[in-house]
Write a protein that binds this ligand. Structure first.
Ligand code: DP6
Length: 327
């Protein structure tokens, strides 16, 4: 009989990709075609409590107080299968997760979700995987989640297989005073999620060209971060975002996430930078724009952004840390 309570709570942040993950060489294992690089978003928190319980007849998943079923529950249950296998246990679990940011803000929550779940579930199951092992495990739930495990400025090393495909921190959050101004222009649920998008990437004739350029862009981005060279960062971040959206738009069927307001924000951000302001723009799989700015420019940029037509909301995040256990 089990007496000790197999439970734990973990917190993780989402992240914004400066160099994007778009397309897998193995969809099942989420082995990416290329490396990618991101910044974790402080203040945007996913807190997840996991408890393995002999009284449960199936896994349960409660998100923001609402019992989940169908695809959302299945994705969590499949992930828990990996944890059960690693720990050699066969108990079902109750997973309760909540985000302190609105789901309507269109911030991809799967990265924070699976980083927090990987940590809470392994801790609850009595496993100590270490950062690389945890990042690798989180990757199986959502690719970008592997970068939320180390947090800070993190690079996902694509690896040669399952064992060495995980993310490492290349610089801690305090390394560079950047701010991500998340410009919400559309609150609707997106029609095509990232997992489906990764599978479509190969149908674009531009994908091979995009992929071929990633090592050089990763190098530029890494260097820009390590040297705190904003202009270099801005160039490569915007270019990489354009490449990903070019692939999306030329996939079959095409993926078109932007709205006219997305364009308005990007156009203005570029104009402001041309005037000497340290701001640049990047867009993930959705219409909302992440405006990366030097902290000293953030208040000015936020006010400008709020005045643009079509802008519904602006959220602000500094570089955040990695996934951690909380009480
Ligand atoms: C555009 O990690 O959300 O945000 O592994 O299927 O969960 P799954 O995909 P996901 O893809 C992220 C796509 C992106 C770019 C990025 O974060 O690198």
């Amino acid at each position: 009989m089990i007496t000790a309570k197999l439970q734990a709570t973990a917190l993780a942040h989402p992240n914004i990709a400066f160099i994007k993950y778009w397309g897998n060489r193995d969809d099942q294992l989420r082995l990416p075609l290329t490396g990618s690089l991101s910044m974790a978003l402080d203040g945007l928190d996913t807190v997840t409590h996991v408890s393995f319980d002999p009284d449960l007849a199936a896994d349960r998943f409660i998100l923001n107080g609402m019992e989940q079923s169908g695809a959302a529950l299945n994705r969590v249950a499949s992930f828990l299968d990996h944890v059960r296998q690693l720990a050699g246990i066969n108990l079902f679990a109750q997973v309760e997760s909540s985000n302190n940011y609105p789901s309507s803000a269109g911030i991809a929550s799967s990265a924070a979700a699976f980083a927090a779940l990987a940590l809470a579930a392994t801790k609850a199951a009595g496993l100590e995987l270490g950062e690389a092992g945890l990042s690798r495990l989180a990757r199986l739930g959502s690719g970008s989640a592997c970068r939320s495990v180390p947090g800070g400025f993190a690079e996902w090393l694509p690896g040669s297989g399952d064992a060495d495909s995980y993310a490492v921190q290349i610089a801690p959050p305090e390394h560079w005073d950047l701010v991500d101004l998340i410009v919400v222009v559309d609150r609707s649920e997106k029609a095509v999620g990232s997992s489906a998008g990764h599978k479509l990437a190969a149908t674009s004739p531009l994908q091979a060209l995009r992929v071929a350029g990633v090592p050089e862009r990763l190098e530029q981005c890494r260097t820009a971060i390590l040297m705190r060279d904003f202009e270099r960062l801005a160039q490569v971040v915007e270019l990489d975002s354009e490449w990903m959206h070019a692939v999306m738009r030329t996939s079959n069927p095409p993926l078109y996430y932007w709205t006219p307001a997305t364009e308005v924000v990007i156009w203005n951000v570029r104009a402001w930078r041309a005037q000497g302001h340290a701001v640049c723009a990047t867009v993930d799989a959705g219409p909302n724009v992440h405006v990366i700015a030097l902290a000293e420019e953030a208040a000015w940029a936020e006010a400008q952004l709020r005045a643009l037509p079509g802008v519904l909301e602006v959220l602000k995040a500094k570089p955040g840390g990695g996934a951690r256990i909380i009480n």
